[in-house]
Design a binder for this molecule. Structure first.
Ligand code: ADP
Length: 496
């Protein structure tokens, strides 16, 4: 009887393989970083072959180091950096161009064309749930077809295939037998109708993308096919984009349940149930990871600069040597002495959407010390997330009384307590914070019968630390008013 489920977590900077046992314990992790390619200012690429080879290498290393036979693995679940785009030759398996990474801004002009010349903004929002942006895959595919010699013609003849990273990995692992993706990844392409659960012909036409090159789309938990490993066929039983996988890994299976991931930026996702919720506050509507075609939807909001502000204080301002030190400085104080930092380094996202906003530190007096600024930086992560929570509450009409948290900066107890205080909601931090990989493992494990279903997974899931709000309402209101005043100072800056 197989003992493990294997999660392949293909992220933006590294590929990881993580093994889970039946009790949801991690029994092994291997990780390998790969090259980031920056051909020009604002352009970001990966070598698809390196994405695959690094992912394959960590998987094999994990098995070899622990002497695990492929037969011990019940199923593989894949989770991946979202939106990143690969186009390859169906016969040779060779990519026709590097993978264009989600961060890459090269297709902003194409998006402008879709919005201004072709008047597609409303259609995009209504059909795909997205705000038109270069972030998503559709315009990246168009760019490749426009710029690689002969690519559009070959795509029209069915000689080229497109995939997000999950699709690319499944195709490689199955020797070309699987050309598929899941609803979560498809919902990030800006070509997928999230209501009809099919590619949208109007958008395909506007982008000049032939249907022939697109993968089949299935639920996240699905028997996609098999990876052939050392002569053993292991079922690939799940694929899901990283943030949706984390939502599942946090057991947010029901409407109203939400999680926030504190990494470089923050990603807040809330399960909104079987009906998509259209945002009036700058959030994105997306499909949540699930086990069948009766999909559940999610609202998503992101903070551009979260943990990154701590890195900035550490590496550029040199205020402390380790990110974890930030907590010590913050905990020494009872407040920031009226100092606020707004880390709008690249503008502000939801609910402000001000690309001309820039970072600022306000309220400085002669008494301001280094630790006040360090504390203000950490508080800024919580304030920005609180703004997203409020936007989500407005959109859904549901009060968020509890958030599951994960990501590197969720280790910071001061930050988590302040988040609870300022939001007026309970923060629950799980024992195992590898929630992205866990989500992929849960989906694959349930689909393959390794676990009985969501209930079993939820029963075994362990909450670690709980942070309950402990701030009186008056003080909260006063602090939030100060934050919004500070945000006002950061806005409309670069345009001057
Ligand atoms: P990503 O997946 O986006 O690379 P991680 O989840 O690995 O991010 O988290 C790394 C981020 O968390 C970094 O920006 C780092 O500055 C921040 N971070 C790590 N530890 C702490 C801490 N104790 N307090 C605050 N921020 C932290």
């Amino acid at each position: 009887m197989p003992k493990y489920v294997l999660a392949l977590d293909q992220g933006t900077t590294s590929s990881r393989a993580i093994l889970f046992d039946r009790s949801q314990n991690i029994t092994g992790v291997e990780q390998r970083e790969f090259l980031q390619v920056y051909p020009r200012e604002g352009w970001v690429e990966h070598d698809p072959m390196e994405i695959y080879s690094s992912q394959y290498a960590v998987m094999m290393e994990l098995l070899a180091k622990r002497d695990i036979s492929p037969a011990d693995i019940a199923a593989i679940g894949i989770t991946n950096q979202r939106e990143t785009t690969v186009v390859w030759d169906k016969k040779t398996g060779r990519p026709v161009y590097n993978a264009i990474v989600w961060q890459c801004r090269r297709t902003s002009g194409i998006v402008d064309g879709l919005v201004k010349k072709q008047g597609m903004a409303d259609h995009i929002k209504k059909t795909t749930g997205l705000v038109p942006d270069a972030y998503f895959s559709g315009t990246k595919i168009k760019w490749i077809l426009d710029h690689v010699s002969g690519a559009r013609e070959r795509a029209g003849k069915g000689e080229l295939l497109f995939g997000t990273v999950d699709t690319w990995l499944m195709w490689k692992l199955s020797d070309g037998a699987i050309h598929a993706t899941d609803y979560t990844n498809a919902s990030r392409t800006m070509m997928f109708d999230i209501h009809a659960l099919d590619w949208d012909d109007t958008l395909l036409q506007a982008l000049g993308i032939p249907r022939k090159m697109l993968p089949a789309v299935y639920p996240s938990g699905h028997r996609y096919g098999f990876a052939s490993i050392q002569g053993t066929k292991i079922p690939i039983a799940a694929a899901a984009g990283d943030q949706q996988a984390a939502l599942f890994g946090q057991c947010c299976f029901n409407k109203g349940e939400a999680k926030n991931t504190y990494g470089t930026g923050c990603f807040l996702l809330m399960n909104t149930g079987s009906e998509p919720c259209e945002s009036r506050n700058g959030l994105i509507t997306t499909i949540a990871a699930g086990l069948d075609s009766a999909v559940q939807y999610a609202l998503e909001g992101s903070v551009f600069v979260a943990g990154a502000v701590i890195q900035w204080l550490r590496d550029e301002m040199r205020l402390f040597p380790e990110s974890a030190d930030s907590e010590y400085y913050a905990s020494k104080l009872s407040d920031t002495g009226g100092v606020y930092m707004v880390p709008a380094f690249t503008g502000l996202g939801a609910p402000y959407w001000d690309m001309y906003a820039r970072g600022c530190i306000v309220g400085i007096t002669r008494g301001t010390k280094r630790s006040h600024i360090i504390r203000a930086a950490q508080e800024s992560i919580a304030y920005q997330s609180m703004d997203l929570v409020r936007a989500m509450e407005k959109d859904t009409g549901t009060k968020i009384s509890e958030l599951k948290v994960d990501g590197g900066a969720s280790k910071n107890n001061f930050l988590m307590q302040f988040q609870a205080d300022i939001t007026g909601a309970v923060m629950r931090r799980p024992v195992i914070r590898e929630t992205t990989a866990m989500g992929a493992a849960f989906l694959a494990g349930i689909t393959s019968g390794f676990w009985q279903g969501p209930d079993e997974v939820r029963d075994k899931w362990q909450c670690g630390t709980v942070f309950a709000p402990d701030m009186d309402g008056e003080r909260r209101t006063e602090l939030i008013a100060g934050w919004h005043k500070a945000v006002g100072r950061s806005r409309d800056w670069a345009a001057l």
